[in-house]
Design a protein around this ligand. Structure first.
Ligand code: E4P
Length: 219
């Protein structure tokens, strides 16, 4: 299972990478805007900086919603670095663009996925990754994890090569359940990755070990 971080913040990406468990990065236009990144050249430079930190894939999202625009932007993004995956929204023009990029050997991540039907379309079009949004489904009282389970089952049944990249992860239990279900990748905020470290019995046990050691050493 791969861990991606869902941010455009360079220090958070570096911190997750330094932990030794980070594979790649996903971004979206909102995350880029949060970092104050705008303008073609600044956007490209920022993606390059992200690619320079991590070893695996970096998803960079197109802004265009028409086929020609998505192809133009996607090609520009793909030129930045071999690690770039072009992120395309799950809309009709997006499905066509995914099919086009697949035939050109350019990797895609189909984003804003909320149903098994959309997942089927993306896989048929040849998406490299599929991003179902768990948290946003939970927000409207649909079970996001159930969708991941359904998609994993469908993809395995038909041996689709599209990787299930569980997105919109809000807490550690989302991540752990995705691991149980068999999602190929999870993308989450830094606090969810570092949250996996926490256990009160670890803290208590370590404090006891250190205290016993100090006592034995006569400190
Ligand atoms: C995934 O690629 C998206 O950028 C992201 O996971 C969305 O998460 P959010 O619902 O927390 O904004």
């Amino acid at each position: 299972m791969k861990f991606f971080i869902d941010t455009a913040n360079l220090s958070e990406i570096q911190e997750a990478y330094d932990l030794g468990v980070l594979d790649g990065v996903t971004t979206n236009p909102s995350l880029m805007a949060k970092e104050g990144i705008s303008g073609d050249e600044a956007v490209k430079a920022h993606y390059k900086a992200i690619c320079n930190i991590v070893d695996d894939k970096v998803s960079a999202e197109v802004i265009a919603t028409d086929f020609d625009g998505m192809i133009r932007e996607g090609k520009e993004l793909a030129k930045i670095d071999d690690k770039i995956v072009v992120k395309i929204p799950m809309i009709k023009e997006g499905v066509k663009a995914i099919k086009y990029f697949h035939s050109e050997g350019i990797r895609t991540n189909c984003t804003l996925v909320f149903s098994a039907g959309q997942a089927l379309l993306a896989a048929k079009a040849g998406a490299s990754y599929l991003s179902p949004f768990i948290g946003r489904l939970d927000d409207i009282s649909f079970d996001g994890l159930e969708l991941i389970q359904q998609i994993v089952h469908i993809y395995r049944t038909y041996d689709f090569q599209t990787e299930v990249l569980a997105a919109s992860i809000r807490h550690t239990m989302h991540l752990i359940k995705c691991a149980e279900i068999g999602a190929d990748v999870v993308t989450c905020p830094l606090k969810v990755i570092t949250g996996l470290l926490n256990h009160p019995l670890t803290d208590k046990g370590l404090a006891q070990f250190l205290a016993d050691h100090a006592k034995a050493a006569g400190k």
